[in-house]
Unconditional design. Sequence first.
Length: 382
Amino acid sequence: MTAPQITPRLEIDLARVWHNSAQLSGRLALRKVAVTGVTKVALGDPRIARAMLQGGVSSLGDSRIENIIKMRQAGIQAEFMLLRSPQLSRIDDVVQYADISLNSEPEVIRRLSVAAQRLGRRHRVLLMLELGDLREGIPLSEIEQVVSLCRSLPNIDLEGIGTNLTCLSGVKPDATNMHRLSDTAVRLRQRFGLPLLQVSGGNSSSLDWLLNSDNIGAVNNLRLGEAILLGRETLYGQPLPALYQDAISLVAEVIEARVKPSVPEGELTQNAFGERPSFVQRGEFQRSILAMGLQDIQLAGIVPQQPDLAVIGASSDHLVLDSGRHPLQVGDEVRFNLNYAATLAAMTSPFVEKTYLNEGSAEHSPSGVRSPSATPRQPADS
Ligand SMILES: *Cc1c(COP(=O)(O)O)cnc(C)c1O
C-alpha cells in the first residue's frame, strides 16, 4: 500500500493553470493586450509562476516583494512587477528585485530614484490613477505633476499608467472609467512626447469589459490572478468559458462520522466565534467531521465537489459536513472547490500542504494547442 497523502492539502493542477493562462493570454492577445500573471494569492509559488509563463503571460506581478524575491531566487526568469506601492522600509529590495513597481506617492518615487542611483540600477515606474474605487491612485488633477517628477528623477523610467478597480469598493470597470484611463494616456503621450509603454487596465474584474467592448482605447495590459487560477471573472463570480474552475482543489480528511440529531440539546448561547447559529428539525442524519477549520479556510468560500455533501459549519480546527445523503467513513478524503478568499486562506495556512499535479506537462506540449492531460472533468463550456 502507498503511504497516505497528507491532509489537508491543496492540489494544484499545473496543466490547468497553464491551460487557463494560455486561454486568457491568447484571447487578450487578439485585442493587443498583454497579461501580467499575478501570483500573490499563491504566495509567489514558483511552480505556479512557471506554469503561467509557459501559458504565455508576458510578465509576473505580485503585491509582496518577499514573493518576488522568492520567485527570483527559485530561478524564474521574467519581468517582475510589484503591484503594491513600495514600502519605504523595503526600497532597496524593490529596486534590486522588481523591474517595475506600481506607484502613487511622489515621496516613494523620489526614494526609488535615490536607491536606484546608489545601487547603480534603473527602476521602471507605473503610475496608478484613482478612478473611483478609492484604493491606491493619483487623482487625475495631479497626474501631470507626478509625470513631470518621474521625468526629472535620475535612474527612473516612466513605464506607463494604470488603474485598479473593484478590489476595495466594488466599482465596476466600464466605458467611463476605462476611457478616462485611455484618454489620460493619450493626453500624457502628447503633452510630454512620451511612449508610455504600458496602459494597465486593472485586474480580473476588467476582463469582461476588455473582452466585450468594441473600443478598448489605449489599454494594452491586464494584471490577472483570480481569472487564471480560479477560471472565473470576478464581478459576478461566473465561470469563464473553456477555463478550468478546479485548477486548485482542497482535500481534507474525515476524523468522525456519526449519525446525530439535527438540533442541539441544551440551552443555546453564542458559539466560539460569537455567532448564534439556527437549526431546523429534520431528524437524525450522518454528520462528518473533517480535520480542517477556520485556521485554514474561509467557510463561505468552499464547496464540496461531491454535490450530495453540504457544509454545516466550522470552528478553528473542525469542519462539520452533512453527509446524510453521501455517507462517509473515518479516513475518507473530501474534495472542495475554492473561491478567492478561501484560496488565499488555504495558501496562507501553514497547516495546509501544497501538492502539484502534472508538473512539467506543459513543457512537453507541442505547440500550446493541446488540452491539458489527465482531465477527468471538462472545463466549463460557453
Ligand atoms: C491583486 C491585484 C491584482 C490581481 O487581482 P485579481 O483579482 O487576482 O486578478 C492586480 N492588480 C493589483 C494592483 C492587485 O493588487
